[in-house]
Design a protein around this ligand. Sequence first.
Ligand code: TNX
Length: 531
Amino acid sequence: IATAAVVAAAASACTSPDQNGAAVTGIIPAPAQFTLDDAPAFVLSAESRLVATGDGAAAVAETFAAPARAATGFALPVVDGEAAASDIELVVAEREAPGAEPEGYTLESGELGVRIGADTAAGLFRGTQSLRQLLPADIERADASSPPALGWAVPAASVADAPRFAYRGSMLDVARHFFPVEDVLSFIDAIALLKLNVLHLHLTDDQGWRIEIDSWPELTGTGAATSAGGDGGGFYTKADYRRIVEYAAERFITVVPEIDLPGHTNAALSAYPELNCDGVAPAPYEGTEVGFSSLCASPERAEATDRFLTDVTRELAEMTPGPWLHLGGDESLATSRDDYLDLVRRITHAGAATGKTVIGWHEMGASAQLPPGTIGQYWSFVEPEDDAASLTRSFVEQGGAVILSPADVAYLDMKYVDDPQGPLGGRLGLDWAKGPTTLDEAYAWEPTTIVPGLAEADILGIEAPIWTETIGSLSEVEFMLFPRIAAIAEVAWSPRSPRDRESFFTRVAWLGTHLDALGVTYYPVRGVPWV
Ligand code: TNX
C-alpha cells in the first residue's frame, strides 16, 4: 500500500473523486483511526466472493451479501478458503481487533481486495457497516437498475476501530403509537448502519399495552385497543416479538423491553380492575398528558399487584435473550413518595428475580434498595435540573451504571429548528426540552460532563429515545431520527477527541446519499452540504 494520507484520527470527509475516479468518502460514526491511502481502489465485480473464516463470519457475510446482491446484481457467494484479488475477506480470529475490543474491527481495502478482521462476529458486523458506507450509495438500492457510473469502487483505506461506549441505543415508543413488526425491522436496519447495538422498545404506557402476556390476556385485549390521538391500537404477539429479537440479533443489536411502572400504567389499569386501589378500571386513554396513573401500593391490592409484577417480568424475561429489562419509573406524579419507594422496591426486585439486570429512568435512584447493578437512565438536560444528578449518581453508589439520554440533545422527538418551513409543516415533535434541537446541539455534547461525579467507566452508554405522541408512521419516525441520530451515534461510538463539526456535517451529507438510495426519509437540515 502506497503513501498513506492520514485524514485526522477520528474523521475523514472528502467527497470529491480521487485520481482513480472512486468517490472518497467518510464513515459515520467516525472510526477511531481512518487513513485513506494514495493507491488504486478496490472494485467489487461479478467475480467477487465473500470469503468468510471463523466463528459466525459466514452469517455476517450473508447479512451483508443479501442486500448487496440485490443492489449489484452480482452473485456474491459466501465461501471459505483462500481469498483472491476480487474478493472481500471476512475474518473472525483472536487479536484481529485493536485492543481486543469485542466490537472492534480492522478494515483494509485496496486493489488486491478488502479484508475485515475482528475478534467477534459482532465486531465483524460493525466492520461491514463501514464497508457499506465506503461503497457507492447505490449499494443501498433494492434493485440493480442504476449501477454507479464509476463502478462499485471502495477507496484504498485502512481502518482500525472500536466503540467508546458499550451501550449505544435508540428507543422507539410503540405505546403512544403502535408500529407493526415490519416498521420495527426497518428501524433496526436504520440504526444498524450507524453501529448502534441496542433497541429499547417502550412497550407500555397510558395509551396502550403492546406485548402479549399469556397470564394476563386482557393487557392486550382492552389494553392494546387504543393509542394517542385515537389512531387505533395493536400489539406484538410473542411470535412477533421473537421475530424482532431475532432480526435485531442478526445485526448484533440487543432488544431492551420496557414495561413502564408504576406510573404510565393506564392501559394496564383499564384492563384489570383489581390493579386499581378503588377496584374500578379507568377508561382507556387516548390523550397525551403524563403523570396521572399509578399502580396501587395499598396492602389490599398487594396480592394482585405482586402477581402482576412477577408474571409480567417473568414472561418478558423468558422471551428476552438480552441481559436487561427496563421497568420505567419515570414521571410517577400520581404516586405518593412513600408509595413510589415501596412500589419501586417491589418492581425492581421482581425484575431482578428473573435473573436480568434492571434498568430504570433516573427517578428510580430515589430508592436506596435497588437490586445490585441496577442501571439508571438519565433524561434531564445537559445542565441537570432539580435532583436529577444526585438521583443518577445513586445508581452508581449502589453498584450500577448509567445510560445518558439528555433530553435537550438526545430526544429525537424534539422538533427541528426551522421545521415550520420544512416538508412536514412543523406538525411533528414536541419542544418541552429547551425548545427545538438542532443537529449541532445533538452533536456538540460530551457525556462525561453532564452529571458531576460520574467517571467515564460509570457510563454504560448513550441512548436516543423517540417518543411518539405526535408521530404515527415509519416515515415520520425516520424524519425525526435522521440526521440527528447520526450525531448521537458519533457521540456514543467515536473517540472523545477530536470532535470535528465540519467533517461531521460533510459526512452527514454523504450519509444522505445512502438514505436516499435506501428510501429512508430525513430532514434536510440547513448547513449540511447535501449532495
Ligand atoms: C417525557 S422521558 C417522558 C415521556 C414522554 C416524553 C416526551 C420520560 C422518561 N418520560 O413519557 O413521552 O417526555 O418527550
